[in-house]
Design a protein around this ligand. Structure first.
Ligand code: EPU
Length: 338
């Protein structure tokens, strides 16, 4: 394994922030990860585990070791009367995996088409879009314990999945390196097209009968229209989570702002569209130097070229402050700050 020094992470984060890592190593095999964790010289250093780099904001140089997990491979590992079980390496690209599943006839991840990032990062924030979350198809994952190098398996319940959250993003942050993920696809899958603009898109496409392929195409159409391609305009998708507030607070806000966009979250809570709140505060399309709010989607912060992490972070603080002032609502970051 090659352990490199003073390594630029610019090409490895979708915000394209220029920042260096003191050390960097790319690891292709589980065994290699275990061997690396045994090297004393690096054991005490802060670690940054990197997947696709599509959900991080680098606030500056990283004074530790960046580990890029490149464990590859995808295969059907078993099946029973009800399910297909498909395992993929943490280094596999998520969207390519979705296309592979559609091609093989495994339905359940079509709504999650075109989400940037790798398989290993998908459970971290329980990726979700168009009415589906990873947890709906997640079976188990394999990881390595960073302290001991021992392998460990996590079931769906063990991961404590919640809206854009899991044990790996909260209590257990940094304690495990995810190496593979196994998803469970129902043989009697029911397509989920209930998310408002997905239904509209499918109608507009006039595609006839539903299939995973058609739904995936519809999702790609919507995403391509609204969300900037990170390869062209550097961004990390939604910067904030959609805030969840109690019904009573929502009723009061709704009186003042009748057009406020909301979704039922539970019997007692409502999820608000952070994009609508930010848009209402006038941020869409605003730019401060090279840091900006995308012109088609107010939840997406972008780096137009030379912004550094603090430019983006400062812009995000200003946005959160104005939303707090206008609506009394705290926005929580979705992107991981490094
Ligand atoms: N809206 C505005 N202004 C905007 C953009 C959107 O008012 O500039 C309104 C829309 O009209 C819509 C509502 O806000 O009524 C919600 O917008 P959208 O459907 O685009 O979804 P979102 O809530 O902003 C979430 C996820 C996305 C996911 C989409 C689709 C979060 C934090 N974000 O966004 O995930 O693709 O739903 O399911 O939950 C990501 O996590 O990086 C991500 C892109």
């Amino acid at each position: 394994m090659d352990i490199l020094e003073n390594y630029s992470l610019r090409e490895l984060n979708s915000f394209a922030i220029s920042a260096n890592s003191r050390y960097f190593v790319a690891l292709d095999e589980v065994q290699e990860i275990q061997e690396f964790l045994e090297i004393d010289q690096y054991r005490a250093l802060p670690r940054l585990i990197l997947g696709g780099g599509s959900n991080i904001l680098l606030s500056g140089d990283f004074d530790g070791i960046t580990i890029k997990v490149n464990v590859m491979g995808k295969e059907l590992v078993s099946e029973d009367d009800d399910y297909y079980y498909v395992k993929a390496g943490a280094g596999e690209n998520w969207h390519q995996f979705v296309l592979y599943c559609i091609d093989k006839g495994y339905s359940g991840v079509e709504n999650l088409s075109l989400i940037p990032g790798n398989l290993g990062a998908a459970p971290m924030q329980n990726i979700g879009a168009y009415g589906v979350e990873l947890k709906d198809v997640f079976h188990e994952l394999e990881a390595v314990i960073t302290e001991s190098g021992e392998p460990i398996t996590f079931s769906n319940n063990d991961c404590v999945f919640a809206y854009r959250n899991s044990i790996f993003k909260s209590e257990a942050k940094g304690r495990f390196i995810i190496t593979s993920v196994t998803l469970r696809f129902s043989k009697k899958h029911v397509y989920n097209t209930s998310y408002g603009n997905l239904e509209q898109e499918l109608e507009a496409m006039n595609a006839g009968s539903l299939s995973a392929k058609v739904i995936s195409e519809a999702v790609c159409n919507i995403r391509n229209r609204k969300l900037p391609n990170p390869a062209e305009i550097h961004n990390a998708g939604s910067f904030f989570k959609n805030p969840i507030i109690p019904n009573e607070q929502f009723e009061q806000l709704k009186e003042q702002y009748p057009d406020m966009v909301s979704f039922k979250s539970s019997e007692t809570d409502v999820k608000l569209a952070a994009a609508w709140l930010i848009d209402f505060c006038g941020w869409k399309g605003k730019r401060e130097g090279d840091a900006g709010v995308h012109e088609n989607h107010a939840l997406v912060l972008v780096n137009y070229g030379k912004s550094n992490g603090s430019d983006i972070l400062n812009l995000s603080f200003e946005i959160a402050e104005s939303v707090k002032k206008k609506f009394g609502i705290d926005l929580e970051r979705e992107v991981n700050l490094v």
